[in-house]
Design a protein around this ligand. Structure first.
Ligand code: HEM
Length: 293
């Protein structure tokens, strides 16, 4: 069993920053990624490498593919193929700023820092709508089985595939819904987090119930609320041993399976969508052997 970046399995931190980079034209990213290895401990800095960077190195990682925009029917989604993603985990905004600057400098030979999303833990792990998020996450060994690659050999075992989507909430639309409509949209009661037995088929938890898929579609969600000015929403993040579980859930959410769209879309929309491969660790450092580094 390979060692995973420890921040993946650890609980969600109090504060975080998500750094999204683009590739500079005509520069091979190998040397910049080697610089990143010196800084990223996999815990305070979790790293995901996107398909554009892997292709620029002339390599491939089986299972790493572009983020899907649609499934033939249903809604069209934003797909933003970013080459590099860093999830900075911490508890102090000042420290996170300094860490962001260090990382941006370290990789600047090949990557531009395109966007920084400030994220935080809200109350007892709630989404900004007030609903508890993460309740049905797999725990312990089940979390490892869902999120971490195994039996694929050195350089891949211990790695993980992460889907990241920035969702922007329309708080006016959400506030205009009655509390019964809101509970039905999620499929849980906001007041006590109880699952509604008679939740409609469009409710989010009915759409995504992980054991209802064949094969079962377990993922490890590590989403965090984000805010900028008075805009905000959820930075949805799900780690998997592949993208298949996430994609099965997303397909059902957009209505591609049965024409029923997830009620979440009444008040929130994804404005980005990216897939990354999170390399494993070897002796406390990111292991980039699979990329020939
Ligand atoms: C703004 C976007 C989203 C919000 C506010 C949201 C919120 C929630 C909430 C409140 C729950 C119930 C508690 C829990 O088990 O965590 C939940 C469950 C879940 N969500 Fe989301 N979610 C969002 C997007 C997504 C997306 C994009 C996916 C995957 C494609 C997803 C997958 C899941 C899964 C797998 C569960 C657990 C279902 C189960 O097995 O019971 N969510 N979400």
């Amino acid at each position: 069993m390979g060692e995973s970046q420890p921040g993946i399995l650890a609980p969600v931190p109090k504060l975080a920053r998500y750094l999204n980079f683009s590739l500079k034209a005509g520069v091979a990213p190998g040397a910049a990624l080697r610089e990143l290895v010196k800084l990223a401990d996999g815990n305070q800095v979790v790293v995901g490498i996107g398909l554009p960077a892997v292709l620029a190195l002339g390599k491939s990682i089986a299972g790493l593919r572009p983020f899907p925009t649609h499934f033939g029917v249903g809604l069209i989604l934003s797909s933003t193929s970013s080459p590099l993603w860093c999830w900075l985990r911490g508890h102090d905004r000042g420290d996170l700023l300094h860490a962001s600057k260090k990382i941006a400098d370290a990789v600047s030979a090949a990557f531009n820092l395109d966007s920084v999303i400030d994220a935080f833990n809200y109350g007892t792990g709630r989404d900004l709508t007030g609903y508890e998020d993460g309740t049905e996450n797999p725990q312990g060994k089940k979390a490892v089985d869902a999120a971490i690659v195994s039996e694929r050999g050195k350089g891949l075992d211990g790695s993980s595939f992460v889907a990241a989507q920035l969702w922007m909430h329309d708080f006016k639309a959400f506030d205009a819904m009655s509390s019964a409509e809101q509970d039905n949209a999620i499929g849980r009661r906001k007041s006590d987090n109880q699952e509604l037995r008679d939740a409609p088929a469009s409710s989010h938890v009915k759409r995504t119930a992980q054991e209802s898929f064949d094969p079962e579609a377990f993922v490890l969600r590590r989403s965090m609320p984000w805010a900028e000015g008075i805009r905000g929403g959820l930075n949805f993040v799900a780690f998997g041993k592949s993208f298949d579980g996430f994609e099965a859930q997303l397909k059902r959410m957009v209505g591609a399976e049965d024409g029923i769209t997830d009620a979440l879309f009444k008040f929130t929309l994804p404005i980005s969508g990216s897939y990354f491969w999170c390399p494993p660790m070897l002796e406390g450092k990111l292991d980039l052997r699979a990329l020939g580094l």
